[in-house]
Design a protein around this ligand. Sequence first.
Ligand code: PLP
Length: 394
Amino acid sequence: MTISDDKKYVMNTYGRYPVTLIKGNGSKVWDSDGNVYLDFVAGIAVNSLGHCHPAVVDAIKEQADTLIHCSNLYWNEKQIKLAKLIAENSFGDQVFFANSGAEANEGAIKLARKYASLKYGEKRFKIISAKNSFHGRTFGALTATGQQKYHKGFGPLLGGFKYVPFNETNALLDAVDDETCAVMLEVIQGEGGINEGSYEYIKTAREICDKKDILLIIDEVQTGIGRTGKLFAYEHYGIAPDIMTLAKALGGGVPISAVVAKEEVAVFKPGDHASTFGGNPLACAAAIAVIEEITKPGFLEDVQNKGEYFKKGLETLKGKHSIIKEVRGKGLMIGCQTNLEEAGGIVSKAMEKGLLLNCIGHNVLRFVPPLIVTKDEINTALNILDDVLSEMGI
Ligand SMILES: *Cc1c(COP(=O)(O)O)cnc(C)c1O
């Protein structure tokens, strides 16, 4: 199996680095040439417990031996247990399970429209989302994504969406009208560049939604399950959404996503929505193991400490290398804004030295290491980055 086989048989949708990863352990991955890397991409904030965490591996093995899949025509104990765990640890009361971030956001959009149509009739269907947001690639989620570059060539998109600049409170208030059924936001934009929502902005979004009975949908696909040092990032803002979506880190690498809602919002009836694989026993067993690990006493405090430590280290590099303009983010979801046109060169050079990271929006370096990363590993990453920037003379 070679990279040219990939080019022949796999659709060309990803700009890939010329490396084949074959195994992982903790914060490290190995390629097919035997090179080892510190993985600060972590499957894009998926492998939050690192690679092959024993709790996740054991849960998957045991479930694979017992029941891998069964239809949602029947009850499934693992699904019930996971829904209860999520509800008990969040604002939510009820959960719908799906398989990807985009699919969860589709479910959230449908749920918001159903809620509004039952209560106010079909004239209330508009969804406001933010510019620079990212909600996924299927049509509803793609339409909600406030970035034209992802829309180009795929029109017509879904009707009834409106985009507002992120963090501009007045623009959000102006955009709301009698036809608005939901406001959909990431409290920290991930793919858009690790842009933190301001406290005032997120609070105001909550207030206007309360005032008009508009649903606040928070997309926690990237921020959720401990990434920002809280189990869910909305907790940093002292608010709760009406609907949240989860995916990336939820299954420790096994595909699973969730739409979480307050009871009065969870208005789906049998037949309204479904997913064949959604919440199957294997995926739910993995997710239960993930949540049980992340909610252990001290785990999230440790994420916060390591996040602060890492950010301090990056601030030090900023003092040394003029190309770093800003360090931002919460917990272990950190972005380095560079003043380069294109920061991809840094990523390639870091990779040669054994550090995986990625670049978003052309010039923001994104760090989303496993939450179990150690301070030693953070030091190694900082040293590699320091060396790369020094060698590049930037
Ligand atoms: C990655 C991501 C998605 C899309 O998730 P997929 O599993 O790729 O469909 C949606 N929203 C946010 C915030 C994301 O980071």
